[in-house]
Design a protein around this ligand. Sequence first.
Ligand SMILES: Nc1ncnc2c1ncn2[C@@H]1O[C@H](COP(=O)(O)OP(=O)(O)OP(=O)(O)O)[C@@H](O)[C@H]1O
Length: 270
Amino acid sequence: MSMETKSLQVKYGEKLVLKDINFRVSNGEIVTIIGPNGSGKTTLIKSLSRYIKAYSGEIYLDGKDISQIPTKKIAREVAVLPQVKNVSADVTIENLVSYGRYPHLSFGKRINKNDKDIINWAIKKTGLVKLKDRYIATLSGGERQRAWIAMALAQKPKILILDEPTTYLDISYQLEVLELVKELNESLGITVIMVLHDLNQAARYSNNIYVLKNGEICEYGKPSDILQAKLLKDVFRIEAHIYEDEINRCPYFIPHKLSLNSTNNDLNLV
Ligand SMILES: Nc1ncnc2c1ncn2[C@@H]1O[C@H](COP(=O)(O)OP(=O)(O)OP(=O)(O)O)[C@@H](O)[C@H]1O
C-alpha cells in the first residue's frame, strides 16, 4: 500500500511547523525520515497517523484521500508505533499483542480462533513465544520494543509507521529491531515509514530517505544521494567522511567535528 501527502501543512497554534510537505512512500518500500531536532519529523509521523490534523493539504492512502476513508478501515491498514508508549503494569505480552486485533473486531464481538491464531503468529514472528506471559513492565528495552511491534503485526497492517523505534536501546537491540522491521518488510511486503536519528542506520535500512529541515523537505533520495558531505554539513552541521560499507552495500560516514561555518550554525559556538 502507498501513502502520499500533497502540500501538507501543520500548525501548532499560530506556528507553522510543517510547510508544503510532498511526501511519498510506494508499496513495499522502506522510507526513513531524518532531520535535526525540532525539524518536524514526529509532527509528520503524527499527521500521517492522523493523531493530529493538517492545517492544509491532503494525505492519500493508495491514492484515496484519507479524510474519505472510515477511521476503522485506516486502523486496519496502518499500524503506528509512537515514540512514547504507555501500558498499565498488569498487561502481559499476549494481552498487548491481542490489542492489535481490536480494529478487526465487529462491535461487541470477542476475539475468536482466527484472531488467536494471528496473535500467536505475531508472537512467534517477533521471537517472543517463551516470554508471552511476562508483564510488559518486566521486559528489557529490546523485548518491549519487539512486543509493541508484535502488537502492530497482529493488526495485519499494510503500512507500519515507527517513530524512533531504536531510542534507548543498546546497539544489539537497535540492530535486532531494525533487522526485524526489514524482515517484516521483505517477507510480508509491509510498507514501512520510520523516523531514525542514526543516519548510518537510515542509510543501511532504507530504500529512500526524506531529510527535514525547519519543517520543510530539503532533500529526498536513495541513501547514496543523501549521505553526502555537503548535506551533512548544511543540515546536521558536521564535517564527515563518507565510506562504502561493502558488507551491507550502503554508504556510511564517520563524523570528524562540528562544522562551525555551516549555513545552519544557530548554536553560536564560536
Ligand atoms: N504539541 C506541540 N505544541 C507546540 N509546538 C510543538 C508541539 N509539538 C512539537 N512542537 C514544535 O514543533 C516543532 C517540530 O517538533 P517535532 O517534535 O515534530 O520535531 P522532531 O524533528 O521530531 O524533533 P526531535 O528530533 O527532537 O524528536 C518543534 O519546534 C517543536 O517545539
